[in-house]
Design a protein around this ligand. Sequence first.
Ligand code: PMP
Length: 483
Amino acid sequence: MSIQEDIRRLEELDKRYIWHPFTQMRDWLLEKPVIITEGRDCFLKDIYGRWYLDGVSSIWVNVFGHKKKEIDRAIKRQLARIAHSTLLGLSNVPAVNLAEKLVKLVQGSLFHKSKFQNPDSKIEKKDLKLKIQNMKQLSKVFYSDNGSTAVEVALKMAFQYWKHKGIRGRKAFISLGNAYHGDTIGAVSVGGIDMFHKAFGPLLFKTYRTPSPYCYRCELGRDYPDCNIACLGRMERILKAHAHEIAALIIEPLMQSAGGMIASPPGYLRGTRDLCNKYNILMIADEVATGFGKTGKMFACEHEGVDPDLLCLSKGITGGYMPLAATLTTEEVYSAFLGEFKDLKTFFHGHSYTGNPLACAAALAALELFEKERILERLTGKIAFLDSWLKDILNLRHVGDVRNAGFMAGVELVRDKKTKEPYEWTEKIGWRVALHAREKGVIIRPLGNVIVIMPPLSISDQNLERLLKVLKQSIISVTRGKK
Ligand code: PMP
């Protein structure tokens, strides 16, 4: 078969057999699919041999670029031993080592001892406080395979925690408008994006919705900072009335990603943690998107000194190589599940590929790379560069807002900058910009009218500049508006 014939065969078979995620397949069938054959550094190559800059890090997972030799090697080394064995009733070496590494990492990054240590307190008091502190530290790792399952695990753990503690009625959750926590039914129940989630309404459990901290289009009609973060007031109102029936609050710290790259104002995350403490509900931090450096720190919670009761991790955990997720929780939550076998306090949850050795080996290599390549230190300059470009892009006639948390950024396109009138979603303005950028060799994927920029953290200054130049040019060409 000639190369040309093989290309045609692949294009045809894709259309015949694959149902693509989040895709209107009628549109897909009218287009030529981009089929990827290989990758290198921040680039992807298609079957025609064309190279593209991977501007969304293969849907926000890739950290160090493609074909990273250290991760390739770690997977091959593990493959020479065993590809998979189960965590149900057995353990495996990479899963054990990774669990230790993750716990040390989150404890080093997140847990803030100073809050609990008072030098003037008596010894016994101090001991008690240290004991409480230890109970509240994230110290247990529950593995699964993807972001949605990491969330599903956290929700089920939070629900059962209260049951095991003998506290009744904690059946509901609280989440944010515009929240996105994944596509399984539990994760959809705490989701807040009508376009994705409304259709499944009859299948979902009770969730209270607190306003999204979307300052550009504030639901409460207020302006930051004069508002004094009034949306937290709304959150408190819900908690005052319903905390007794709420198991946990779930939040994407600092940046609501799939909801439109909505960065919360400073203090919002800290305020949320304080309210969870005040009303005695658990806090779930969904760092599936924000975790592993994307906000400029290892975890977004670090920015505001917040320690969640449950932490969901996935995406960047393996450097973007393999499906793996982890839900971390505290001794306090974990110990509520301990009991006699007959008490049925066991956490009855687990997936076939939970703690897959190849994925855990990739994750161990990825975490080493964070240190070895000083990824976070080197990101500081790139974030400043991105900030300055975003300021420049904000001057364009049809750019209403630009938002970022570190290296995660969104550009919101509007028909009318003065009135903030949005483009009709049916106009697919974001897609038109993305297709234009693709013609120029850059892959981006919009969220409605918001263009997302989230390249691998290791991207060079030169490639970052190219990405931003193409983005700006594409916005100008498609919206026909310079200033
Ligand atoms: N939580 C957040 C914050 C996410 O951004 C995503 C995916 N974009 C998920 C959960 C779901 O992850 P996955 O697609 O791996 O199931």
